[in-house]
Design a protein around this ligand. Structure first.
Ligand code: ZN
Length: 265
């Protein structure tokens, strides 16, 4: 199929118009008209991922994080980014990114995250476009009260991680939980204001933790990677299903090798 057909599939799930203004989603490398037989879904277009795409003869990479984000000042093939671009172009591999539009979309990164940690009756958290009822993050409920420690275990199990960072502000039972995948520490006060017992996100800094304690809301930093990576599998499943419905031949593979940069030692 054409690259554009894959783009249409992704955008049916995550319309580009949902993306934040500062973002850079869309087709970043390649041409909409090029033929695609095999797609690799990943979080980051890293060197190992590109090498894997070449080895697997993938024609297109669908990523969450945009490879080209802050503008391109040069294509220096002796440096990391230029090397990646050279490899992609020389192997005719297109790159498409669905970033904040996939975070916000129904069935996107935050819905996947909310479901994995056991939330139900999820609703919008931080509105980004009221007309489209679009929101960053989700707020939802556990089917029954849990202790904070029980909920922490549930998060670790759901996200497949052994460790996370917890800011324990109180020992109230946990029922209402706000989540924001990736990097959502700026919304601690918002989660407290919305009456969440716990706020789950990634990339939490010292003063965010301090704010959580001051606002009496428990805060979990499960990591940028762990809160987003599950989407790789979900998006792969979605693309396979869409291709099958269109009765089109498309081989979808996913990045199984990427790991969080952070280790607990
Ligand atoms: Zn991210």
């Amino acid at each position: 199929m054409k690259c554009q057909t894959v783009i249409d599939m992704v955008e049916r799930l995550a319309p580009k118009g949902l993306a934040e203004e500062w973002d850079n989603p869309g087709l970043l490398v390649g041409s909409p008209g090029q033929e695609v037989e095999k797609v690799l879904v990943c979080l980051d277009v890293s060197l190992p991922v590109v090498e894997y795409a070449i080895e697997q003869k993938a024609d297109m990479i669908v990523a969450h994080h945009p490879l080209i984000f802050k503008g391109l000042r040069h294509v220096r093939t002796d440096l990391h980014d230029g090397r990646i671009l050279r490899l992609l172009l020389s192997h005719d591999i297109a790159v498409y990114a669905a970033h904040t539009n996939l975070d916000i979309a129904a069935g996107g990164v935050n819905d996947v995250l909310a479901e994995l940690v056991g939330l139900q009756e999820t609703d919008s958290f931080v509105m980004t476009d009221c007309e489209k009822n679009a929101s960053m993050g989700r707020i939802g409920y556990l089917p029954e009260n849990k202790s904070l420690d029980e909920f922490v275990e549930q998060v670790k199990k759901g996200l497949g991680i052994k460790h996370l960072r917890l800011v324990r502000a109180n020992d109230r039972p946990v029922r209402k939980v706000a989540v924001c995948s990736g990097s959502g520490a700026e919304f601690v006060a918002k989660a407290a204001f919305r009456g969440a017992d716990v706020y789950l996100t990634g990339d939490v800094k010292y003063h965010d933790a301090q704010q959580a304690v001051q606002q009496n809301i428990n805060l979990i930093d499960a990591g940028h990677f762990a809160t987003e990576f599950p989407m790789v599998r979900a998006l792969s499943v979605y693309l396979k299903k869409e291709a099958a419905e269109l009765k089109k031949e498309l081989c979808v593979i996913q990045d199984e090798m990427s790991r969080d940069f952070f280790e607990f030692v």
